[in-house]
Design a protein around this ligand. Structure first.
Ligand SMILES: [Ca+2]
Ligand SMILES: [Ca+2]
Length: 495
């Protein structure tokens, strides 16, 4: 999984290389146009952006989105000196987001064949593929659905790669009037703009949250609620900070009570507030997250698939994602994964079908709030070979054939939506909770899991990674670094 996350984009460093072409001869150059670059421009907290906008215009920038609520402008400019020239009264900070896109950990989809879909037999829920949804039994979904399948008043923003609006298990589940693309930090509510293009990750996530109970395919956790597609993953598979800011602001201003965030924002993974280059980016995203919380949104985020101890950050050898690796001094716990570690966000690790930590799941005492099924294809064979059925079955969209279907994926991208779905059921059964109350309720109704003894090594027979690649040590008691408060439980959340 780690390698999937570390996809590189060769073009990302071109932005810096394009500046400063050698000048020859004695002619004074005209102002050189640089590459078209995105910036986040921050006004002082609490100030409006009009003064900053005037400075942007004077520095030959174009404002493409204005977030007066949080004092943030999204700007594009080809002026190579934009960042320097825009500085001044009314501008607290500015940062280019070039190179700060993070690759979505897409995960591989294993599709269920049309023949197998057709021959699947029914079950008590009447969903033909329910027999493969071990994850739903683990969180006691049938018992929960006897109480409620969710309220249509609850709308969940799926900040992801879009949702297929033609999918037979999703077409009735989407709040189309609240769906948008946020690519480039600019909203586009055209239906085609928020449908999937190059990735069906968001379609899989949406199905886990809210696939219909309709006698077709699978069931979602909260089929009575609505999902809104908020597309933040671009066609190259990257999430840029301006898209995430747009997504949080959109969810906040369109009456959503929950967002699901199965992605990360920073290519360095560990986003440091004390890194001057990144601080404005951290601040802009943080302002957007805080604003959404003030509007009644609980944000749920995946912990990541690097088997990384998020509580003990010492080195960051893999970074940056899309540039030359560099050594950064003084990495501390002030360096946050966004949005997973932003205050007030529910952070979710993953477990497989036996209820133990998935080999890939990141963890960390004080960081993980709850856990949920994300699949573990290696648990059954101690790592030797993958077992598809131990992954998570949900809705898919084949981006090559442009057809809808069902299939398996695994990752904390899949566990996060289980927590989001249970939170949506909880809010349906117990309306009126604030985001903080809902987060506490989700934790309180989870089923505690004990730490494994000693060093946990679920995949010692992995053929290529080596016998200790997935070693991890769990710390804490009833609430611990692997599982937080425990496995989310749909029945406990609605009864
Ligand atoms: Ca269904
Ligand atoms: Ca948290």
């Amino acid at each position: 999984m780690k390698n999937l996350r570390r996809k590189t984009l060769a073009a990302a460093s071109a932005a810096t290389l394009g500046v400063g072409l050698a000048l020859t001869g004695g002619l004074a150059p005209a102002a050189a146009a640089g590459p078209d670059t995105s910036y986040l421009v921050l006004a002082p907290q609490g100030a409006n952006t009009s003064q900053a906008a005037a400075r942007v215009a004077a520095a030959k920038g174009t404002v493409v989105a204005t977030y007066d609520q949080i004092g943030v402008l999204v700007v594009r400019s080809t002026n190579p000196d934009f960042a320097t020239q825009v500085a001044g009264a009314g501008v607290e900070s500015v940062a280019s987001t070039a190179g700060l896109g993070t690759a979505l950990d897409e995960g591989e989809t294993v599709e269920v064949s049309a023949a197998d879909v057709a021959s699947a037999t029914g079950d008590p829920t009447k969903e033909p593929l329910y027999g493969q949804q071990w994850d739903m039994n683990m969180i006691h979904l049938p018992q929960a659905h006897a109480v409620t399948t969710g309220s249509a008043n609850v709308v969940v923003g799926v900040l992801d790669s879009g949702i297929s609006s033609t999918h037979p298990d999703l077409a009735t589940q989407i709040a189309k009037d609240k769906s948008t693309s946020c690519i480039g930090g600019v909203t586009n509510t055209t239906e085609s703009a928020w449908n999937p293009t190059t990735s069906d990750h968001g379609t899989h996530v949406a199905g886990t949250i809210a696939a219909a109970v309709n006698g077709v395919g699978v069931t979602g956790i909260a089929p009575g609620v609505k999902v809104a597609a908020v597309k933040v993953v671009n066609d190259a598979g990257y999430i840029f900070p301006e898209a995430a800011v747009c997504g949080f602001m959109w969810a906040a201003d369109h009456g959503m009570q929950l967002t699901n965030n199965s992605y990360f924002i920073d290519p360095w993974e560990l986003n440091c507030r004390n890194d001057a280059r990144q601080r404005p980016v951290w601040q802009a995203v943080q302002r957007a997250i805080r604003y959404s919380q003030s509007k009644g949104v609980l944000n749920v985020a995946s912990a990541g698939n690097s088997n990384y101890d998020l509580a003990h950050k010492i080195t960051d050898t893999d970074s940056p994602n899309n540039g030359t690796p560099e050594v950064r001094e003084n990495l501390t716990n002030a360096c946050l994964d966004l949005p997973a570690e932003a205050p007030g966000v529910v952070t979710v690790s993953a477990v497989g079908p036996t209820g133990t930590k998935s080999y890939y799941s990141s963890y960390g005492q004080g960081v993980i709030d709850v856990t949920a099924p994300g699949g573990d294809s290696r648990i059954r064979t101690l790592g030797a070979s993958p077992t598809t059925a131990d992954q998570i079955l949900s809705t898919t969209f084949n981006t090559t054939t442009r057809t809808n279907g069902w299939g398996y994926k695994q990752g904390t991208s899949m566990s996060g939506p289980h927590a989001t779905g249970v939170a949506a059921l909880a809010l349906s059964a117990h309306p009126g909770m604030t985001p903080g109350q809902l987060a506490s309720f989700l934790e309180r109704t989870s089923v505690a899991q004990s730490c494994p003894e000693g060093v946990y090594n679920p995949a010692p027979l992995h053929p290529t990674a080596g016998p200790h690649a997935y070693d991890a040590t769990c710390s804490g008691g009833t609430r611990n670094g692997f599982y937080g408060a425990g496995i989310v439980d749909a029945y406990n959340a609605v009864k």
